[in-house]
Design a protein around this ligand. Structure first.
Ligand SMILES: [Zn+2]
Length: 234
């Protein structure tokens, strides 16, 4: 009876904890970022100043620092070795701005030092894109039309996206710990200012944890559906 299956969404409840955590993380990152955007760092340096200073002190003059539009759009692009900071971070001198600028600098340092999880993550990008776009729909299609082969193939493809999310965690945690070490070690933030930068980076890390939990639970759900299909076909 394949026509009934699209109305039946088995094991969706499995993913609920991840949805709740993702909502919480989203609220937390917005509120923490807004809060520390209001707290000016004593040094008066902007995010761009901090990124350039840290890069220079680490011998990475070849990395460019640019401003980009949008909020929380900050990232490091290893392809052209460019650190792109959102307006609030590039021009801002808040604890939030300096924390994010140092975090992105942390990614540039990982790249320069051939930090293994970062190279693994970069090499997984194409497979993870295919896995996240094709894997899940294929698995659902296989389940609804009772094709064990398509369901298995979908699960294998989706696993690549899950693996990508898992490898993202050490990359993000490591960039933040480098950032906080540099901000304090190089005297850019005073000891009592570090807490603000840490709060911003911890909230950001939580969004990655939520995304990873979501991917893992989606995979668990597909595996449960696979078991259900096997029992039905026995
Ligand atoms: Zn990051």
């Amino acid at each position: 009876m394949p026509f009934f299956y699209p109305y039946y969404n088995p094991y969706a409840i499995v993913v609920l904890p991840a949805i709740i955590l993702a909502l919480y993380a989203q609220i937390k990152v917005q509120s923490t970022f807004q809060r520390y955007l209001q707290v000016r760092a004593q040094s008066g340096l902007t995010g761009a100043d901090v990124a350039r200073t840290l890069l220079r002190n680490q011998g990475l003059e070849g990395v460019r620092v640019e401003a980009i539009p949008g909020k929380l759009t900050d990232h490091y692009d290893p392809r052209d070795r460019t650190l792109r900071l959102s307006q609030q971070v590039f021009y801002g001198n808040s604890l939030a701005a300096l924390g994010v600028a140092a975090h992105e600098t942390g990614h540039a340092l990982q790249h320069a030092n051939d930090y293994v999880p970062l190279s693994v993550r970069s090499s997984l990008v194409p497979a993870a894109n295919i896995g996240s776009q094709l894997g899940f729909p294929l698995a659902l299609f296989g389940f609804f039309f009772q094709s064990g082969f398509m369901l298995q193939l979908g699960i294998i493809l989706f696993s690549l996206a899950v693996l990508f999310q898992l490898v993202t965690l050490p990359v993000e945690f490591n960039a933040s710990s480098r950032a906080l070490g540099l901000l304090e070690g190089e005297g850019i933030l005073a000891h009592d200012e570090i807490g603000g930068a840490r709060a911003v980076l911890s909230a950001a890390a939580l969004t990655y944890v939520a995304a990873t939990l979501s991917a893992v639970l989606q995979l668990v759900r597909l595996l449960l559906m696979s078991g259900m299909l096997n029992r039905r076909n026995d």
